[in-house]
Design a protein around this ligand. Structure first.
Ligand SMILES: *[C@@H]1O[C@H](CO)[C@@H](O)[C@H](O)[C@H]1NC(C)=O
Ligand SMILES: *[C@@H]1O[C@H](CO)[C@@H](O)[C@H](O)[C@H]1NC(C)=O
Ligand SMILES: *[C@@H]1O[C@H](CO)[C@@H](O)[C@H](O)[C@H]1NC(C)=O
Length: 545
């Protein structure tokens, strides 16, 4: 944090406001422009809504748990996760990471939808899982409509399961309070929902292109009397369907097609949605494939033609790197960087477990205590690995650990977590605690474990009673998508918290998109001999570099 502030101070006013977007309110008030990406973290398949002064953002999280984070912003630029719609992945037992063969990598929460319904003061989240059933979670009694968008208590409940897949769905609450959902691929469908929004009344196909193009990622709106369905032609175009009725007929115009984006070696901005500010300025927020870091959000203003077609405000022929700030406000959200001392009564919403955790094996008790939850030599099969998105383009994640309660055979440490992974950690062997850097952990293309990793470097053997060990993962997630360049991550340790020593060689990251989720920081602890050991995670610090 200190570093980014120092950098900001020597920069111009313009870059000051964006180099440190979440610093003190006094600096933020002076921000007149913003820079894309708005939040350089992996938050794909977004939908952005506004309730009063607050914007909320939902995103897909696959087999990470809790799922479907809700991010909040007052200006569409500074975002912080404040809740998760899906408290527990209630999609079947494989989401509990039961074994090497009974697990759900890459399955789970795909493009889903979030809406607020004023009439019953309820947020609705809806997602289709594994092309099977559609799950609806609701948060009622939030008071958001009456309280300018503020939610005192997110009360998410598994409200319904609809025995049909609303694939890549987008909800709409119409002016007359009727709820609709647009969904499907190639053939775009609309369903009308029951009064409580929890079941289907009827559905029908509303659009298919003359050339049967593969389109998906529906987002549904009503603006100035017209119904709109935004769909993406992956992974480079966004189409707008417009009609006077939710049931069509829909006319189509292309909003963006392969326009140059604000970052190099990243994909085209696509699969987004629109949102209006209180003073009726509209924005299109989409994401760019930015591997190895995942899919990150970018925003741009839109204008409307007199006959109701949205037009992206470009910089020349490209998506702008900077635009005027959408909303001038002194209201702020917490910074994505800084230190988490695990002091609250619950984990912050920056954290997601790899699959549903075993809640009997972790607790907050003056830090985060992770007991070994699984007997395995495979990190991909171990329960209770806790993950945190990496902020780009370069950042470090440092875990401060007490390893004194590890037992013989336990493996614990700080990982660079994805389908091709590496870590720095402790392999407890008898009474000695061996510091190791392990690389080449990998999942196959069907997400079975292919390799459990190779010890690539060893550090000093640490005293068994070590109560303070800092493990650092330093990652460069500058996009290299579609390129043969591989960004690298380095692994460091310290026994005093100030002098860090690198262990092992820089680890090259994969740019492949197929795992969908980008690289994350993670902390883990699993047993290879017997359960019973634990570590205490005293703090985690993420710093931009
Ligand atoms: C939580 O939401 C349910 C409906 O989903 C509602 O019945 C209940 O009153 C809410 N509880 C609180 C504390 O707001
Ligand atoms: C499987 O692991 C081996 C050994 O680390 C590696 O050479 C190979 O590339 C891996 N395959 C996949 C699909 O990750
Ligand atoms: C293991 O990873 C290193 C890079 O960290 C790479 O050079 C090496 O080829 C990998 N080995 C295998 C067997 O995949």
């Amino acid at each position: 944090m200190r570093l980014s502030l120092a950098v900001a101070i020597v920069s111009s006013l313009w870059s000051l406001s964006v180099a440190s977007p979440l610093s003190a309110g006094s600096l933020k008030e002076r921000a007149t422009t913003f820079t894309n990406p708005v939040l350089w973290e992996d938050y794909p398949d977004l939908e952005v809504i506004r309730v009063g002064d607050a914007f909320y953002y939902t995103s897909s999280t696959f087999a990470f748990s809790p799922g479907a984070p809700v991010l909040k912003s007052y200006d569409l630029v500074n975002w912080a996760p404040v809740s998760h719609s899906v408290s527990t992945l209630n999609f079947g037992s494989k989401y509990n990471l039961n074994s090497a063969t009974d697990r759900a990598y890459v399955k789970g929460i795909w493009a889903s939808s979030l809406r607020y319904r004023e009439s019953n003061d309820m947020f609705y989240w809806m997602g289709c899982v594994e092309s099977g059933k559609t799950y609806v979670w609701t948060a009622g009694g939030t008071g958001a409509g009456k309280n300018n968008g503020e939610v005192s208590n997110w009360n998410w409940t598994a409200a319904a399961t609809i025995n049909k897949c609303y694939y890549d769905n987008g909800l709409l609450v119409d002016d007359d309070d009727t709820m609709y959902v647009a969904y499907g691929n190639t053939k775009i469908m609309v369903a009308q929902l029951s009064k409580d929004g929890l079941s289907e009344v009827k559905s029908q196909q509303v659009y298919v292109s003359s050339d049967n193009a593969y389109i998906e990622g529906s987002r549904m709106y009503k603006v100035n009397g017209f119904y709109y369905i935004f769909v993406t032609k992956p992974a480079n175009e966004e189409w707008v369907l417009k009609s006077q009725s939710p049931w069509g007929p829909y006319e189509m115009q292309v909003l963006v097609a392969s326009i140059a984006g604000p970052l190099t070696s990243a994909g085209y901005a696509h699969q987004g949605g629109i949102v209006g500010t209180k003073d009726n300025k509209w924005y299109y927020v989409a994401f760019m494939d930015s591997y190895p870091g995942g899919r990150i959000p970018v925003a741009a203003p839109i204008t409307w033609t007199s006959d109701g077609w949205p037009q992206l405000v470009k910089d020349g022929s490209a998506w702008g790197k900077t635009y005027p700030m959408p909303v001038q406000t002194t209201k702020t959200v917490p910074s994505p960087v800084g230190t988490d001392n695990f002091e609250g009564s619950a984990l912050s919403h920056e954290w997601e477990w790899n699959h549903n955790p075993d809640n009997s094996k972790w607790k907050l008790a003056g830090g985060l205590q992770l007991q070994t939850a699984t007997l395995t030599n495979d990190l991909f099969t171990a329960r209770n690995t806790l993950t945190h998105r990496i902020i780009g383009p370069k950042s470090s994640g440092t875990f401060r650990l007490d390893i004194s309660q590890m037992k013989d055979g336990d493996h614990a440490g700080a990982a660079l977590f994805r389908d091709i992974a590496a870590y720095i950690g402790i392999h407890k062997d008898g009474s000695s605690a061996k510091l190791v850097m392990v690389n080449n952990l990998s999942l196959s293309t069907t997400w079975a474990t292919n390799a459990t990793g190779t010890v690539a470097a060893t550090g000093p053997t640490l005293a068994s009673g070590t109560t303070d060990l800092w493990l650092r993962v330093q990652a460069d997630i500058t996009p290299a998508f579609g390129s043969s360049t591989q960004r690298t991550t380095t692994f460091w340790y310290s026994t005093d918290g100030s002098k860090f020593t690198q262990l092992g060689s820089p680890f090259p990251m994969t740019n492949a998109w197929q795992f969908f989720t980008g690289y994350r920081f993670a902390v883990f602890n699993h047993a290879t001999k017997a359960l019973g050991g634990s570590i205490m995670v005293k703090s985690f610090t993420m710093e931009k570099l």
